[in-house]
Design a protein around this ligand. Structure first.
Ligand code: FES
Length: 379
């Protein structure tokens, strides 16, 4: 390779600029006694050189340079504003049962996505603009070195990084530097705000899980067809996925129709599994004399770990397995946890039969359904 110092010329501001070898020719090879070609101070392949360098307007025109600075700063300021609007949007739109909508979509979701996306976009545009307009655009040549990394190389790398920072001009352009740092700092705010959704306490209404649509006398129905379930039709060993009758309103049963988020929430909270086993297998934890009907027992279908629906039942052991993280509950023993990360039993729904022999609830669940988190918070 030709020597680097032969390839450098000065840019308008004095920065060394590398250029190609105008001849593009390599030195000729000679031959030793074995007729193997030997190259003396020459490349085995001719150096093609570099194309002519063209100065950018911002390299030669101070006005263009200042204009580019202002444009980049404007991008970073726009990123800051977008991040702040994210925070405003987070607190402005209703996301509860009566959520605000925008063009048929959730206004909160749309506004959070748009503002966060714009903030990232403006930062990206600002950085690209900075690289294209203001950072040095000299062609860099790095000679090939041995793979080992001696201390001098590491020092050279650090020096190169420092040179890169110096060449970027960030130190000489406080407006760009400060707005860029500001835009990235403000970008942390949305992340902090989103953490609020993970917090217990007043941030969320935990009482919603303490009460479901179940009420005394409400029939248990099959979860797909809405058909009421006769106690006599469940065999020992059966597991039936069921739901509250109120979710299948008819003129006959008199329940009013639910819609939208309310319907989905009640469906999720009211989901149950019904099993029948030999009454002698039931332990006192299941309250066999009060809450079961001839060995028929009912539990919430929602895992108490983090809320997956459960229905993998093994009739010989009376165990039901959650497919998400393998929590296993013993349905004969009050749905106590026998394996896995769940921290408490599945809530039990007290059962009875009505005059026509259909299974009905004696009451709502006696404890919050869902993840253990809610129990700790509410009870
Ligand atoms: S959700 Fe059931 S074990 Fe994790």
């Amino acid at each position: 390779m030709s020597n680097d110092s032969d390839r450098l010329v000065n840019a308008p501001d004095g920065t060394p600029e590398p250029y190609g070898d105008p001849s593009g020719m390599a030195a000729p090879a000679t031959y030793d006694e074995s007729h193997v070609p030997v190259h003396h101070e020459a490349d085995p392949i001719a150096d093609p050189g570099l194309p002519p360098h063209h100065w950018r307007p911002t390299d030669v025109d101070p006005k263009a340079e200042k204009r580019a600075e202002r444009q980049i700063a404007a991008m970073f300021v726009a990123a800051m504003i977008s991040a702040l609007l994210f925070v405003v949007a987070y607190f402005s739109f209703e996301v509860g049962d009566n959520w605000d909508t925008f063009a048929g979509m959730g206004a909160s979701t749309v506004s959070l996505g748009v503002t966060l996306g714009l903030s990232l976009l403006f930062i990206g545009i600002g950085i690209i603009h900075l690289a294209r307009k203001l950072m040095a655009d000299a062609e860099m040549i790095e000679m090939r070195h041995p793979a080992a990394s001696p201390a001098e190389d590491r020092e050279a790398t650090i020096q190169a990084l420092n040179d890169g920072v110096a060449e970027s001009g960030i130190g000489r352009r406080p407006l760009v530097r400060n707005t860029m740092i500001g835009s990235m700092a403000v970008l942390g705010l949305p992340a902090v705000v989103l953490l609020r959704d993970l917090a217990p306490g007043d941030a969320l209404d935990t009482g919603k899980l303490a009460h479901t649509i179940w009420e005394p006398g409400m029939r248990l129905v099959r979860d797909v067809t809405g058909t009421p379930i006769l106690a006599s039709e469940i065999e020992v060993g059966d597991l039936v996925n069921a739901a509250p009758e109120a979710l299948f309103p008819t003129e006959e049963n008199g329940y009013h129709e639910l819609h939208g988020a309310e319907e989905q929430a009640e469906k999720a909270k009211g989901a149950i599994i019904i099993v029948r086993m030999d009454p002698d297998d039931l332990t006192p934890a299941t309250q066999p004399d009060k809450w079961t009907v001839d060995g028929i027992i009912c539990y919430s279908k929602i895992c108490t770990h983090v809320g997956c629906p459960i229905s993998l039942y093994e009739r010989t052991t009376h165990h039901v397995l959650c497919p998400c993280h393998q929590s296993t509950f013993d349905l004969a023993d009050g749905a106590k946890v026998v394996f896995g990360p769940a921290a408490r039993p599945l809530p039990q729904l007290p059962l009875a039969v009505d005059d026509e022999g259909y299974l009905v609830a004696q009451s709502d669940f006696t404890e919050p359904i869902g993840a253990s988190y809610w129990e700790r918070e509410k009870q």
